[in-house]
Ligand binder design. Structure first.
Ligand code: EPU
Length: 421
C-alpha cells in the first residue's frame, strides 16, 4: 500500500494528455464478449479497474492481451462460469457482466459489485430491464443469478436515467430476439461510445445519446477495432486543478463539447478558458467569485466532478453552494477537507463552501473522486506536505496521475505505507 505526498503551492503549468475514459472502458471490455471474434480497444486508460476487468475476463476463458494503451480481447473460448466472488467484488462496473453474459449465454451469476461505495447504489433498474427482456433474476447470498430461456425485445421505461442500467440493457438486448426500446435512457457520452462499439460488432442500435434508444437484436456479433473516447472526468479534474493552483494548463485529447457544463461554471468564477478542436487551455485567475453549482445528469455538470469542484470552491471568495441531484450524499471528502482547514457545511444534498486557505494535513481518500478532491486541495496548500492515504481508490481511475502532475510542475510523490499507519 502507498500514500501520496504533496507539497503544494505551485501553479500547474504545461500540457497534460488525457487518456481514454474509465467509464467507457469498463463497459467496452465486457461488451467485447458479446461477439465470437477478437475486439481491439485503443486509447485504453492504464488504471487498476481495467486490469481487474482483464483478470475477470481471463477467468471466464477469454484471451486478453494488454500492450501499452491497447487491449485485444478474444472471447471465442469464453465459458459461462458463475462469478459469485473474486475480482468481480473489487469493481462496481462488474455489473456489466450481467448484461454481457446474459446476451452471450442466456445466463449470468455475478457477485454483487464492489467499487466506490460512497452511498448505497441500487441496481433495481438493471434488474427491471433484464426481467422485461424475459429473464428471471434471483439474489442468492449476495450473488445475482439471471437466466433466460430466450431473450425477447421489450419496451423499458427507466424510473431514473441510469448510466449503468442503460448500458446493461443495451448489452443484453443486442442479442435478444426483436426490438427493445429504452425510454428515459441516460445520455452520457459513454453510452454513445458503447453503442458505437456494439454497432461495429454487428448490433443495430439507434438513438444512443438521446432519451430513447432502439435496439434491434441480432443473432451473432463479431470482433472489431475501436478507439475509446477521452475521459471527460479526468479532463475536468485537471481543468479544476489548473484553476485551483492558478496555473496555465493545456488539457489535450479532450472533446470540448463534453466539458461544456464545467467550462461554463469555471468561466463564471473567473477562470480563463480557451477551447480548441481537441484541447482546452485553462488559465487561472487571481480572484474567483463564489458560484452555485448543480451536479446533474449529462449534459449537466457531472456528479463525478462535484468532489473536485468543492476543493476549487474553497479557493473562491464568499460562500458557494453545490447541490448534487444525482447522489444525495456524496460528500466523503468533506470531513477530510475540514482537517485541512476548509469551511464546509453539508445540508441535505448540498455542500455550502466558504472560501478559505487550506493547510497541510494527513487525510484519507475513501473513494475515487473524493481522492481527486483531496489531491486538488493539497496542490493549493502553500506550506508543508499533505499525506493522502487510500491511494488505491485514486489508482482505480486516474491514469499516470503522479507523472502527469509532476510534468505540470507539482511536487508529488508516492511513499510506501508502513503497516502501523
Ligand atoms: N439508480 C437507481 N437504481 C438503479 C441505478 C441507479 O436508483 O438501478 C440511481 C443511483 O442511486 C443514482 C442515479 O440513479 O442516484 C444514477 O446512477 P447511475 O446508474 O447512472 O450510476 P452508475 O451507472 O452506477 C456511473 C458511473 C459513476 C457515475 C454515475 C453517474 C460507471 C462505471 N460509473 O455509475 O462513476 O457517478 O454513472 O454519472 O460508469 C466514478 O467514475 O467515480 C463514478 C462513480
Amino acid at each position: 500500500m502507498e500514500k501520496l505526498m504533496i507539497s503544494g503551492g505551485r501553479p500547474l503549468r504545461g500540457t497534460v494528455q488525457i487518456s481514454g475514459a474509465k467509464n467507457s472502458a469498463v463497459a467496452l471490455i465486457p461488451a467485447a464478449i458479446l461477439g465470437e471474434t477478437e475486439v481491439v480497444l485503443d486509447n485504453l486508460p492504464l488504471i487498476s479497474d481495467v486490469a481487474t476487468y482483464a483478470e475477470i475476463l481471463e477467468g471466464l476463458g477469454a484471451k486478453v492481451r494488454l500492450s501499452g494503451n491497447q487491449v485485444a480481447i478474444d472471447p471465442s473460448e469464453l465459458k459461462s462460469i458463475p462469478m459469485p466472488n473474486g475480482p468481480v467484488k473489487k469493481l462496481r462496473a462488474s455489473y456489466y457482466l450481467m448484461g454481457a453474459m446474459l446476451g452471450r449465454f442466456g445466463e449470468a451469476t455475478i457477485g454483487m459489485p464492489g467499487g466506490c461505495n460512497f452511498e448505497p447504489r441500487p441496481i433495481d433498474q438493471h434488474i427491471k430491464g433484464f426481467e422485461a427482456l424475459g429473464a428471471t433474476v434471483t439474489n442468492d447470498y449476495g450473488s445475482i443469478h439471471i437466466y433466460a430461456k430466450e431473450l425477447r425485445g421489450a419496451k423499458i421505461y427507466l424510473d431514473v436515467a441510469s448510466v449503468g442500467a442503460t448500458i446493461n440493457i443495451m448489452l443484453a438486448a443486442s442479442r435478444a430476439k426483436g426490438i427493445t426500446v429504452i425510454e428515459n435512457a441516460a445520455k452520457e457520452p459513454e453510452i454513445i461510445d458503447v453503442a458505437t462499439l456494439l454497432n461495429a460488432m454487428g448490433a443495430k442500435i439507434k438513438g444512443a445519446g438521446t432519451e430513447t434508444i432502439r435496439i434491434e437484436g441480432v443473432p451473432t456479433m463479431r470482433g472489431c477495432r475501436h478507439s475509446i473516447i477521452p475521459d471527460r472526468i479526468q479532463a475536468g479534474t485537471y481543468m479544476i486543478a489548473a484553476a485551483a493552483t492558478r496555473g496555465n494548463v493545456l488539457i489535450d485529447n479532450v472533446i470540448p463539447k463534453h466539458m461544456e457544463a464545467l467550462t461554463a461554471k469555471l468561466q463564471e468564477m473567473g477562470v480563463g478558458i480557451e477551447e480548441m478542436d481537441e484541447s482546452i487551455r485553462v488559465t487561472g485567475g487571481s480572484n474567483y467569485t463564489n458560484i452555485d453549482v448543480k451536479a446533474l445528469v449529462y449534459p449537466g455538470l457531472a456528479t463525478d466532478l462535484q468532489s473536485p469542484m468543492i476543493s476549487l470552491l474553497t479557493q473562491a471568495s464568499g460562500v458557494s453552494m453545490l447541490t448534487d441531484y444525482v447522489y444525495s450524499n456524496r460528500y466523503k471528502n468533506v470531513p477530510e477537507l475540514l482537517r485541512m482547514g476548509a469551511r464546509i457545511r453539508v445540508e441535505g444534498r448540498s455542500a455550502i463552501i466558504e472560501g478559505s486557505k487550506l493547510n497541510a494535513a494527513k487525510v484519507t481518500a475513501t473513494d475515487l473522486r473524493a481522492g481527486a478532491s483531496l489531491v486538488i486541495a493539497a496542490l493549493t496548500v502553500e506550506e508543508g506536505v499533505t499525506e493522502i492515504t487510500g491511494v488505491e481508490y485514486i489508482d482505480r481511475g486516474y491514469d499516470n496521475l503522479v507523472e502527469n502532475l509532476r510534468n505540470l510542475g507539482a511536487e508529488v510523490w508516492r511513499e510506501t505505507l508502513v503497516p502501523a499507519e
